[in-house]
Design a protein around this ligand. Structure first.
Ligand code: 9Z3
Length: 386
């Protein structure tokens, strides 16, 4: 643990290295069980020759008390993660879905929370029978059926493992555990880090045991910086994995410089930048022109003017038409429709005028190309070594 001068605050604060963090903070009690589940899941899919992606999703909390009454949180609903997980599954990947408890889940997201409440789809059969029968409204089954099929397909193939976390500390321990469990996948493993992770936490030694009492005037909270775990992840936990991190900013001008900085610092393959209010319809892929192996040039879309010798940037944007369609449906109060509909035995998208286009479909499509290339780079390495 080292003491550094804080950049923007006047106080000094303690910053944890990843090693210090894991040595001093309490591991979540369910970690061992989750690690075992992940290992079994990975072993099965390695045997079946299936690629596996770890999708992290949703926000993280920072509890103010050990017997937690209050906590800090962030905005993330888990839409990006849950939606992307469906597209990865439809493309034949197995998915470890590491999500914030109670955030959106693949498939059920279409009918959970306040969007498209599930009970509104159901009706009691008018014919009296015992027991009474319940059915899905006819016009609703059109939307429900493909989601149901895709969900059953993932269940019957055993391609979706859902593991919850709540606090940022749990998230970090689980991320390490998952990366280690995924090591046997080598380059067949992808890491898609879409969770909105708190940058700050309160170390357990400074977290109050019981509910903080009022009556002593204002409450001052001093938080430490969360260690940057992408570095050990890329260097040690998942050295062969294809690692994609997300960078969220509210000032769009910062997106590309911050994404480049992350690539330089951590040495992973891809950063997807998104601005808070535009995140549902535009993102930017930022990559180095050549991957670490030098054998696998990163296959980018058309680079734009801000690309340099070292980096490329490629924007993905929903068309104006798709944006308008999505917006009008939301405004009209009509249910958010499942945008992609995949036959369970193939991946033929069946999108009609009722289905919303989601940007995650394009993100996943782009990542598949890059992952193919990453795997091919590994093969080329092996044959060069022979
Ligand atoms: C993202 O940027 C995600 O795309 C969103 C998705 C959190 C914006 P929603 O869940 O939102 O669909 O509502 N995630 C990563 C944000 C993050 O914490 N990144 C870290 C950073 O910027 C590094 S991994 O430092």
């Amino acid at each position: 643990m080292s003491t550094t001068n804080a950049e923007s605050s006047s106080s000094t604060h303690t910053s944890f290295s990843a090693e210090d963090f894991f040595a001093t903070q309490p591991a979540p009690p369910q970690l061992g069980e989750f690690g075992r589940k992940a290992q079994e899941f990975v072993a099965k899919h390695v045997q079946d020759g299936r690629r596996v992606v770890l999708v992290t999703s949703g926000g993280t909390t920072v509890p103010l008390e050990k017997n937690v009454v209050r906590f800090l949180d962030n905005f993330s609903a888990g839409t990006r993660g849950a939606t992307s997980a469906e597209y990865f599954l439809a493309q034949g990947y197995a998915v470890i879905f590491m999500h914030r408890q109670h955030s959106l889940q693949p498939y059920t997201r279409h009918y959970s929370h306040t969007t498209n409440p599930f009970l509104d789809l159901l009706q009691e059969d008018p014919q009296p029978s015992s027991p009474a029968r319940i059915s899905v409204e006819e016009d609703q089954s059109f939307h429900l059926l493909p989601v149901l099929r895709a969900y059953h397909s993932a269940r019957s193939k055993g391609t979706l493992l859902q593991l919850p976390f709540t606090t940022v500390t749990e998230y970090l321990f689980m991320l390490r555990e998952m990366a280690i469990a995924m090591k046997p996948l080598g380059r067949q493993g992808m890491y898609y880090l879409a969770a909105a992770v708190s940058d700050f936490f309160i170390p357990s030694t400074r977290t109050s045991e019981h509910k903080i009492q009022s009556g002593k005037g204002s409450l001052l909270i001093e938080m430490d910086q969360v260690p940057k775990v992408l570095k050990p992840m890329v260097e040690r936990w998942a050295p062969e994995g294809f690692v994609v991190s997300f960078k969220l900013e509210t000032d769009e001008k910062l997106l590309i410089p911050k994404a480049r900085q992350a690539l330089q610092r951590y040495g992973h393959q891809c950063v997807i930048g998104n601005e808070l209010n535009h995140r549902k319809f535009e993102v930017v892929f930022v990559e180095r022109k050549f991957s670490k192996s030098d054998l696998a040039p990163v296959p980018n879309g058309p680079a734009n003017d801000s690309s340099t010798d070292e980096f490329t940037e490629a924007w993905i944007r929903l068309s104006e038409e798709d944006k308008k369609m999505n917006k009008s449906r939301t405004l009209a109060g009509s249910a958010r429709r499942p945008s992609h509909v995949f036959e369970p035995h193939g991946s033929r998208p069946w999108r009609g005028k009722f289905f919303e286009k989601e940007i995650e479909e394009d993100i996943v499509e782009q990542l598949l190309k890059r992952h193919d290339q990453w795997i091919a780079g590994g093969e080329a390495h092996k044959s060069n070594d022979r």
